[in-house]
Write a new protein. Structure first.
Length: 307
């Protein structure tokens, strides 16, 4: 039982950052345990359905393929299926299962989750017109009307993907300009069946058994209307999974964990890596890199304590 064992390092989260950290801990002779609530490792990699071509030195069919490659270097007996509920000032961890875990160092690698609109109908119609993935829904939306909410890379890239099969795609963005990369904006603009609703906000997703439309407020001109759609894809960014740690480590206004160049938080013995602590470069490569950085600094930290 993991709860009765002492570990050098306890890693909260089994995404690319957490797996990388665990692999490097093992290389450095540190006894590490990953606490991961899901049935399988991978974190946000499991939501990447398209080909990965920007990971230096290799390409992968999708996120799961890359996950498998990273996980192949991991000791599977050092994964504990649960979630951290809280950490006290003595670095004692309580899980949602009621177990207590002990380690000399804690690494927070809990990543991010997709931000929701928080409007009526969003949860009601999840899986009934509110889509989880654009790439996986290309065939599902064939000949249908789709609304994509957001103005960043994910929103515009999905517009360029879904317009190839959908009858009509409406991109609804609350600002007057997109924040997406120019290549994604141009690809969406080039499609005849893509419409842009700027300075507009969605305040309800409506339907019966399935989605039939969205209620939209436009600022200029000031008008509210219902846009008839069959599917809705929300891509308005992400937010960090840091809730369980905010009472003990410093976070910024958006909830991202503050760290220094050594991946250290303000609490001695607690480190944070990957997207949960990264607002500037939330990439797979960065996540994996911070896992290695943390492990090497933890090794030095623990060596210094025992000296």
């Amino acid at each position: 039982m993991h709860g009765n064992e002492q570990y050098d390092v306890l890693i909260a989260g089994g995404g690319p950052a957490g797996m990388s950290c665990a692999i490097w801990c093992e290389k450095l002779g540190l006894r590490a345990l990953i606490v991961e609530k899901r049935a399988e490792m991978g974190g946000q990699l499991l939501r990447v359905y398209g080909e990965i071509t920007d990971y230096a030195g290799l390409s992968a069919r999708d996120g799961r393929d890359l996950r498998d490659r990273i996980e192949s270097g991991l000791s599977v007996d050092r994964v504990y299926r649960s979630e951290i509920k809280e950490i006290d000032k003595h670095l004692r961890v309580q899980t949602t299962e009621g177990d207590r875990l002990a380690a000399s160092v804690i690494v927070i690698a809990t990543g991010v989750r997709r931000r929701k609109l928080g409007v009526a109908g969003e949860e009601t119609f999840e899986g009934k017109g509110v889509l989880g993935s654009g790439v996986q829904s290309r065939d599902l939306v064939a000949g249908k009307r789709v609304a994509i909410i957001g103005g960043g890379d994910a929103a515009l890239e999905n517009a360029a993907i879904l317009c190839k099969t959908a009858a009509h795609v409406a991109v609804v963005h609350r600002r007057s300009e997109f924040s997406a990369r120019e290549e994604f904006v141009k690809a969406a603009e080039a499609a005849e069946n893509v419409e842009f609703l700027m300075d507009a906000t969605v305040w309800e997703i409506v339907g019966n058994q399935e989605v039939t439309g969205i209620r939209v407020k436009r600022n200029s001109p000031a008008v509210s209307s219902v846009l008839d759609v069959d599917f809705v894809l929300v891509r308005i960014g992400v937010e960090p999974n840091s809730g369980a740690f905010r009472s003990i480590v410093d976070v910024d206004d958006a909830g991202y964990i503050r760290v220094n160049g050594r991946c250290e938080t303000n609490v001695r013995g607690i480190y944070a890596i990957g997207d949960a602590a990264d607002t500037r470069s939330p990439t797979i490569a960065t996540a994996v890199g911070t896992g290695a950085i943390a492990a090497k600094n933890i090794f030095e930290y623990l060596k210094g304590r025992s000296a």
